[in-house]
Design a protein around this ligand. Structure first.
Ligand SMILES: Nc1ncnc2c1ncn2[C@@H]1O[C@H](COP(=O)(O)OP(=O)(O)OP(=O)(O)O)[C@@H](O)[C@H]1O
Ligand SMILES: [Mg+2]
Length: 231
């Protein structure tokens, strides 16, 4: 792999919340490279630091030590993050929420709406287009958050437990949509999950435990691919 293929380079990045006796180390020096075409699962229990790590990769949090850089991206807009928690804007209906990043990027309202409706259909939520976020379920909101990223067609998709609030069949459909989108656009896909069945559908796996990231794949080649030591 040439260095140009590295989209996100996370070198020994740590993230601590709070100070002094109340400090919580959410991520201990994590080393991870994300390349174009990667399909990586990050598996770990609740509180192990998965969301914190994704927020570092997305540039939403600054590392307390170490670094995160994006050598192969032209900006953080190339990254789409499917948030784990509520992330929809209450005053906008579902199609407006889904189209918003496109409109902010300069796309016309009509084209953005069309792209948003296609993305909503991919995760089975097109019929919710005219509702407000308060009028849909938590699992439906999670699917809309995925659609909002699919509509953007980013070069890196970071999906934070995208199936966490979904039944098996619906979760499978969302994962299908993410995998298909990544295949079609050549995007990298990083998915956090508690669910081994979800992790099994990605091609590489890491585990997160008490803020420590390790490769869960058995072969050296896989480990070297995803968990590169800084060179
Ligand atoms: N803003 C914050 N302030 C203080 N502590 C935080 C903050 N966000 C997360 N933490 C702590 O950091 C640790 C890692 O949290 P994180 O949300 O990254 O875990 P997670 O693996 O995503 O958990 P889950 O599976 O429940 O989503 C936890 O101990 C959590 O309490
Ligand atoms: Mg989380």
């Amino acid at each position: 792999m040439s260095p140009a293929d590295v989209l996100i380079d996370c070198r020994d990045a740590a993230l601590t919340f709070g100070r002094g006796p109340n400090a919580v180390v959410a991520v201990h020096g994590a080393a991870l490279r994300v390349h174009a075409g990667d399909r990586l699962a990050i598996v770990g229990p609740s509180g192990s630091g998965k969301s914190s790590l994704l927020h570092l990769l997305a540039g939403l949090e600054q590392p307390t030590s170490g670094s995160v850089t994006w050598p192969g991206l032209s900006g953080l807009r190339d990254i789409g993050l499917v948030f784990q928690g509520d992330s929809l804007i209450p005053a906008l209906d579902i199609v407006e929420n889904t189209a918003l990043p496109l409109v902010l990027n300069g796309m016309s309202d009509d084209r953005a709406r069309e792209a948003a409706l296609s993305a909503l259909a991919l995760v089975g939520t097109a019929d919710l287009a005219d509702r407000l976020p308060e009028e849909i379920s938590g699992g439906q909101a999670q699917r809309v958050a995925a659609a909002r990223v699919l509509a953007q067609a980013p070069r890196v998709i970071l999906a934070d437990e995208p199936t966490g609030r979904l039944d098996h069949a619906t979760g499978g459909r969302v994962l299908d949509a993410l995998l298909t989108a990544a295949d079609e656009t050549g995007a990298a896909l990083v998915v956090t999950t508690h669910d081994p069945a979800v992790a099994a559908r990605l091609t590489a796996r890491c585990t997160m435990h008490d803020g420590r990231l390790t490769s869960a794949d058995s072969t050296e080649a896989d480990a070297a691919h995803s968990l590169g030591e800084p060179s």
